[in-house]
Design a protein around this ligand. Sequence first.
Ligand SMILES: Cc1cc2nc3c(=O)[nH]c(=O)nc-3n(C[C@H](O)[C@H](O)[C@H](O)COP(=O)(O)O)c2cc1C
Length: 198
Amino acid sequence: MLVSIVYDSGYGHTARVAEATAQGVREVEATEARLIAVSDGPVDWEALEKSDAIVFGSPTYNGMISARLKQFFEESTKTAWTELKWRNKIAAGFTNSGAQHGDKLNSLVSMALFAAQHGMIWVGLDLMPGNNSSTSSPDDLNRLGSWLGVMTHANVDQAPDVAPPDSDLRTAQYLGRRVAQIVRQFQPAQSALSNQGA
Ligand SMILES: Cc1cc2nc3c(=O)[nH]c(=O)nc-3n(C[C@H](O)[C@H](O)[C@H](O)COP(=O)(O)O)c2cc1C
C-alpha cells in the first residue's frame, strides 16, 4: 500500500508536519509513505496514480493554500482529473499557519473540495478537541480542535526545529496512521470497484 503526501512549505514548518504524517503512515504494517514536495520540480504523476491514498498539505498563506500547491491542483486537472485517475482513492489534508486560528479552515475546505472533484474519499480527524477545558493542555492531540483535517500552528519567530510543537506533530502522525488504516479497511472494496470499471 502506498500513501503519498503532496505538500508545500515555504519555510520548513509544514514540511515537519508532512514528515510526521509520513511517520504515522509507516507505523501501519506493509504501508509505504512517499513525500512529494511540489517545490522539488516535476511531480511524479505515475506514483500518484499508483497511490492508495493522497494526503495534501500546505501552509496557510493569505487565508488559503499556497500558490505552489494551487499550481499542483491546476496541473492535476489535465494529468488526473480528465480521466478521474484518483477516483476512490482516500484523501486527507493538513495545514500549518503562524496564527493559532489564521483562517486555516479555508485551506482544508479547498483541499476537501478538490478531493471531491477528483472523486476521492475524504477522511477527517476522529479526535476530540484538545486544550479546550480547564483540565486539558496545549500538549493534547488536536489542541487546535479541528475535524476536517489537521491544523498546526508554528510561532512566527520560531524555526522549524521547534515549531510547530510536538502535540501538533503527534496529531499529524495520528492522521497518517488513520489514513493508512482506512486504506487497509477499504482495500477489498476498492479492488472490487476497479474490477467493475467504476
Ligand atoms: C505570504 C504569507 C502569507 C501568510 N498568511 C498567513 C495567514 O493567512 N494566516 C496565518 O495564520 N499565517 C499566515 N502566514 C504565516 C505562515 O502561515 C507561517 O509562517 C507558517 O508557519 C509558514 O509555513 P511554512 O514554513 O511551511 O512555509 C503567512 C506567511 C506568508 C509568508
